[in-house]
Design a protein around this ligand. Structure first.
Ligand code: BG6
Length: 478
């Protein structure tokens, strides 16, 4: 064993994240203010683990003061969440703000600032208003892009003086991939054209919001505007050209489709050619591409949980199946891989270092940070000690390894500004609900959602106070 000690750089973010819909609950929500998630939950309650969903979530809407006090106790420098678009407005088309919900956000921001925790806010973490989903098929519509920009303008006008770091979307690829590409979520429609249309309109929405942010002069007040993406670090099974091609094409469809427009201002020509080859129809104009080109983001948050591995396909494609990027790849399971069995995700902390290198070499070393990383564990109460505190040594070990690779990348020149854990408290996930627990703070569903710090919360506080990550490492060459 040898001791590793690595200092957190000055100003390094050591925070945690969550989202509005996964924590707030429906208290105070008015008729007509459902989000896409609320709609899906109402229609399809049986697919949500144990019936839990966004209805109560962690009741953050009523208990945020208690939670902000816990953030301070745990030592978070920053906390990221979203504003719930579906609740911020009473009328999405005419831009009528719900003063009651907006007042709650005012109070939340003030409380965080009072406790010395810097807020980072996302304009959408899947909370597309259900009405816009049903009437206009959501992001299929160019009009919805305009209403999103109108919503962003109202949000900035109200809060940009107090909140400096803004993000348009969290993981903008997720909803349409699950709904329109894989057809595993309500309303279960496989339609590759719609999938690509949503991708494009979300890229356009980011660029238009960046344009607005600049035009309104928020940068001069110390503000910045970015997007939170979830590129999957994708490794080919082997170095053979067919496997390498499979990984490259996977990367184009799932990673570069958002990374490139956001950071470089354009779609990869190879992706555009593949979409054309497979007759995927998406409606875009030269003017829209120019807006994307001229309005790239200031920084990106990157959500990193697991490596993805692919190999070249070994089966023939059924020509009756609509085009799906899986035409070019199959998933590959590495023999001997380490697993988080609760979530079914491989664990490989080097993904952070590899992503850092990529952002340095291929994306102009843009400022970025790990926006989410964490470990969801099922049936976590089995790890409670006699005092009822979850002894989550596995989570501490997971964070240690991932934070280590983050800091090492930074030492070697990555422009990485910080590390944020998913999540601050346990919370509701799409379908998995409260099955896998991610938090530093337990939410006890059996006792009125009582909050109880886990062992990792205390450990997190100590790292923050010491300003250094220290651990014993197994010597590699045994
Ligand atoms: C991220 C999302 O992809 O992963 C979160 O931004 C989500 O909303 C988190 O909760 C963990 O994934 P899951 O499915 O285990 O909740």
């Amino acid at each position: 064993m040898s001791k590793v000690s690595i200092a957190l750089p000055e100003g390094f973010i050591l925070g945690a994240a969550a989202s509005a819909w996964q924590t707030e609950g429906w208290s105070g929500k008015k008729t007509g203010q459902d989000s896409y998630l609320d709609l899906w939950y109402q229609r399809d309650r049986q697919v949500w683990h144990d019936g839990y969903g966004p209805a109560v979530a962690t009741d953050f809407y009523n208990r945020y003061r208690e939670d902000v006090a816990l953030m301070k106790q745990v030592g978070l420098t920053h906390y990221r969440t979203s504003i719930n678009w579906s609740r911020f407005m009473l009328d999405y088309e005419n831009g009528v703000v719900d003063e009651e919900y907006a007042g709650y956000i005012d109070n939340l921001i003030d409380e965080m600032l009072r406790q010395g925790i810097e807020p980072m806010l996302c304009l959408e973490h899947y909370e597309l208003p259900a009405v816009l989903f049903e009437k206009y098929q959501g992001w299929s519509s160019k009009q919805v892009v305009e209403w999103f920009v109108q919503y962003a303008a109202a949000v900035f006008a109200r809060y940009a003086g107090r909140v400096k770091r803004w993000f348009t979307f969290n993981e903008p690829i997720v909803v349409q991939t699950r709904v329109y590409l894989d057809a595993v979520r309500y309303p279960y429609e496989q339609n590759t054209h719609t999938w690509m249309q949503w991708n494009h309109h979300k890229n356009l929405a980011t660029a238009k919001v960046v344009q607005l942010f600049r035009a309104q002069g928020y940068h001069r007040q110390g503000g910045s505007i970015g997007v939170i993406l979830n590129p999957e670090v994708t490794y080919p099974r082997s170095s053979a050209p067919h496997d390498v091609d499979a990984a490259r094409i996977y990367d184009l469809f799932y990673n570069r489709v958002f990374l490139d427009p956001a950071i470089k201002g354009e779609y990869p020509p190879e992706l555009v050619a593949l979409l054309e080859k497979h007759q995927v129809r998406w409606d875009y104009t030269d003017e829209e591409l120019t807006i994307i080109r001229n309005n790239t983001v200031d920084e990106v948050g990157i959500n990193l949980y697991y490596p993805h591995r692919v190999k070249a396909p070994s089966r023939a494609w059924n020509s009756a199946t609509p085009f799906h990027p899986a035409y070019y790849y199959e998933h590959f399971e590495l023999p001997g891989r380490r697993m988080n069995k609760s979530r079914g995700w491989e664990i490989n902390p080097r993904i952070i270092y590899d992503m850092a290198q990529r952002l340095r070499l291929e994306y102009g070393n843009i400022p970025w940070f790990v926006a989410e990383n964490g470990m969801g564990i099922e049936n976590e109460s089995q790890f409670k000690d006699a005092d009822g505190v979850v002894q989550d040594d596995y989570r501490i070990a997971f964070i240690v390894e991932h934070l280590y690779w983050t800091l090492r990348a930074r030492q070697e020149g990555a422009n990485c500004q910080g590390y944020m854990l998913w999540a601050f408290t346990d919370n509701v996930s799409p379908m998995n609900a409260f099955k896998n627990r991610y938090g530093l703070i337990e939410i006890d569903l059996e006792h009125d959602r009582q909050r109880r710090p886990k062992k990792s919360a205390d450990w997190f506080r100590r790292v923050r106070d010491a300003g250094v990550l220290e651990f014993e490492r197994d010597d590699e060459n045994k």
